[in-house]
Design a protein around this ligand. Structure first.
Ligand SMILES: Cc1cc2nc3c(=O)[nH]c(=O)nc-3n(C[C@H](O)[C@H](O)[C@H](O)COP(=O)(O)OP(=O)(O)OC[C@H]3O[C@@H](n4cnc5c(N)ncnc54)[C@H](O)[C@@H]3O)c2cc1C
Length: 283
């Protein structure tokens, strides 16, 4: 389907973008357009004005800042994947990002758009939650910070208010063992099950496992039952199996034309086991 008629604004500062967004409640931010434009073409969203962030300087930053990586919301999937500081400091992000869509989409799609879209099969939300990151947002009311644990609240739903714009994404980096697992029927498709595992290393103790799941469940979430099995113990193949069974039992699965809930449960359990083993080998 063709797009409806659209009004378009191209602000040159974040303050101007916030003003525009607060003036008309039917306006919407556009970043790479790779999720919003298909949704508009299907008439699932009909914004009155599209507010493009492309001309606001500095929103595509990818840089080290203390013990954090600071990423601008307009950093594209491709720029993140080709960044040496990301592959050095956040190898989980590099591993997961390779599964995002196809090159053309990766060239246009952005980190901020992916996080704000809140797709339960999106790789960046999964990684942000596993790595305990946070986003800074701005509106006419000021700025605030949202921790990843509080960001993803449901299918395509985040805790961002309608007039808030993601301005920065912060992800801590420190020695952590990691694993990433994803199953899709074809390369480039959204995963039917996506798993990120982050474990403490020998230097940082045995507590603080963070395991996240997407693709098979309604929202990006932590698998706390699996984390609880791992915390305080040395990771072994047997413990990985126990954690995967506990984690898979904790979750509620979606069922659709791509796979039944039962199929997805089995998929998640085996991917959890393999990904925990992978992370354990990096400790
Ligand atoms: C065929 C196809 C396959 C895909 N496969 C995958 C995949 O495998 N994995 C995956 O993760 N993604 C996939 N995507 C989605 C892609 O990654 C998108 O780029 C991403 O979800 C949204 O980023 P965007 O920059 O295109 O955002 P847009 O489409 O421009 O915006 C998406 C939403 O975010 C809001 N928004 C954008 N930026 C901000 C901001 N800074 N602050 C607040 N709100 C904002 C918009 O208002 C809109 O509601 C696929 C897309 C297509 C078309």
């Amino acid at each position: 389907m063709k797009l409806p008629a659209i009004n378009y604004a191209s602000p040159s500062s974040m303050e101007e973008a916030c003003d525009l967004l607060s003036t008309d409640e039917d306006s919407k931010i556009i970043a790479g357009g790779q999720s919003l434009l298909p949704v508009m073409a299907m008439r699932l969203a009909q914004p009155s004005v599209l507010i493009d962030l492309a001309k606001i300087p500095g929103l595509d930053a990818i840089e080290e800042s203390g013990n954090y990586m600071r990423l601008g919301p307009m950093a594209t999937h491709t720029s993140i994947l080709s960044s040496p500081v990301i592959s050095k400091n956040l190898p989980l992000m590099s591993a997961a990002g390779k599964y995002i869509a196809h090159r053309q989409i990766r060239n246009r799609g952005t980190l901020g758009g992916s996080l704000a879209h809140g797709d339960a099969a999106g790789e960046w939300p999964l990684v942000l939650l596993a790595l305990d990151g946070l986003v800074e947002v701005q509106s006419v009311r000021g700025k605030r910070t949202i921790e990843a644990d509080d960001l993803f609240v449901g299918p395509y739903m985040t805790s961002l208010a309608a007039d808030e714009i993601i301005t920065d994404v912060w992800i801590p980096f420190r020695p952590r063992a990691w694993g990433y697992g994803e199953f899709a029927r074809r390369a480039g498709d959204y995963g039917l099950a996506n798993i990120a595992v982050v474990l403490p290393t020998e230097d940082t103790g045995t507590s603080g496992a963070r395991i996240t799941v997407g693709g098979s469940v309604g929202k990006i979430q932590r698998v706390t039952a699996a984390e609880d099995v791992l915390n305080g113990s040395e990771v072994s193949p047997e413990l990985a199996k126990q954690a995967a069974e506990a984690g898979a039992s904790e979750l509620s699965y979606i069922s659709d034309m791509h796979g039944s809930a039962e199929f997805r449960r089995g998929l998640v359990q085996e991917l959890l086991r393999r990904t925990i083993v992978e992370a354990g080998e990096r400790i």
